[in-house]
Ligand binder design. Structure first.
Ligand SMILES: Nc1ncnc2c1ncn2[C@@H]1O[C@H](COP(=O)(O)OP(=O)(O)O)[C@@H](O)[C@H]1O
Ligand SMILES: [Mg+2]
Length: 244
C-alpha cells in the first residue's frame, strides 16, 4: 500500500506519517519517505544517529542507480521494521535539481521501495517543485489531504482539487482536518464550506513536548492525545481494510 500525505508545511504531515509508519511496521516492513529536499529531517527521526551524506535521499534523486535502494533507508531506533528516507544534516541547502529527471528518479526510487516494503508512506512537502509529487499522486492508493480548518486551508484545498481531478486522483483522496492550532474548529469550517472531512485530527498540545523527546502520537498519555491516537488508528484501519 502506498499512502501519500500532502498539505501545506507545518500542519502535522510528518507527525501523522510517523504514527502511520509505526502502525504499519507492526505488521511488516514500512518506509516513510520525507520528500522535502530543502530540510534535513532524518537526524531527528533516527534519534540523532550519524548518517553519511551519501545515504541522503537527495543523493538518491540526483544519482540513483536503480539497484541499491537500501543504502538510502535508515532504520528507526525502536521500531525495527520502520525505515526512513530523507535529507541528512550534511546536505547542502538548495543543492538538488528539480525537473523531469528528478521526477523520474523519484518514481524509480518509489518503485524500489514498493518492492521491499508492504507500506510506503510519502511525507510529501508543500513545495510545488517537489520531485516526488507526481509519483506520489499517481501511485498512492490513498492521498491524505491535510487541510487546516481555516481560510488558508480552504484556499489550499480549493487550489489543488482541480489538479487532483485532472489526474483522476480525487477518488483516492481522503480529506483530513488537521487542527494544529488550539482554536481551529473543523465542524464550523465544514458547515461554512463545501469541504467534507473524512477524518478529523484534534489539536493536542502534548505533541510538541513529546516531539522534543523523540516521541509521537502513539505515545500520548493525555485524554486528548489518546483520542487523537484512536482517530489515526481508525484512519489506518480504514485504508488497510479497503486494500484487502
Ligand atoms: N494534532 C496536533 N496537535 C497539535 N500540534 C501538532 C499536531 N500535529 C502536529 N503538531 C505539531 O505541529 C508542528 C508541525 O508538525 P509537523 O508534523 O512537523 O508538520 P509538517 O510535517 O506538515 O511540516 C510540530 O511542532 C508538531 O509537534
Ligand atoms: Mg514535515
Amino acid at each position: 500500500m502506498v499512502i501519500a500525505v500532502w498539505g501545506r508545511d507545518g500542519i502535522g504531515k510528518s507527525t501523522l506519517c510517523d504514527a502511520l509508519g509505526e502502525l504499519a511496521a507492526k505488521q511488516d516492513v514500512s518506509i516513510v519517505i520525507d520528500t522535502d529536499l530543502t530540510q534535513p529531517t532524518l537526524t531527528a527521526r533516527v534519534n540523532g544517529k550519524h548518517i553519511d551524506e551519501d545515504a541522503s535521499l537527495g543523493k538518491a534523486i540526483s544519482g540513483f542507480d536503480g539497484d541499491d535502494v537500501r543504502r538510502y533507508l535508515h532504520q528507526h531506533m525502536r521500531h525495527k521494521r520502520l525505515y526512513y528516507a530523507g535529507l541528512t544534516s550534511r546536505d547542502e541547502y538548495l543543492t538538488y535539481e528539480h525537473g523531469t529527471e528528478a521526477d523520474n528518479a523519484a518514481q524509480d526510487f518509489l518503485n524500489k521501495c514498493k518492492e521491499i516494503a508492504s507500506t510506503v508512506i510519502l511525507d510529501v512537502s508543500g513545495q510545488r517543485t517537489d520531485p516526488f509529487l507526481p509519483a506520489a499522486l499517481l501511485n498512492a492508493g490513498y492521498i491524505l489531504l491535510l487541510v487546516t480548518p481555516d481560510v488558508q486551508g480552504i484556499c489550499w484545498h480549493n487550489a489543488v482539487m482541480p489538479m487532483l481531478k485532472d489526474m483522476y486522483a480525487d477518488s483516492r483522496v481522503l480529506t483530513v482536518a488537521a487542527q494544529v492550532q488550539k482554536y481551529q474548529d473543523a465542524d464550523a469550517v465544514a458547515k461554512a464550506s463545501d469541504i467534507r472531512f473524512d477524518a478529523k485530527l484534534s489539536y493536542v498540545s502534548e505533541l510538541r513536548r513529546l516531539r522534543n523527546e523523540g516521541k509521537g502520537i502513539l505515545e500520548c498519555t493525555t485524554p486528548l492525545g489518546i483520542r487523537l491516537e484512536k482517530q489515526i488508528r481508525l484512519l489506518y484501519e480504514r485504508m488497510r481494510g479497503a486494500q484487502q
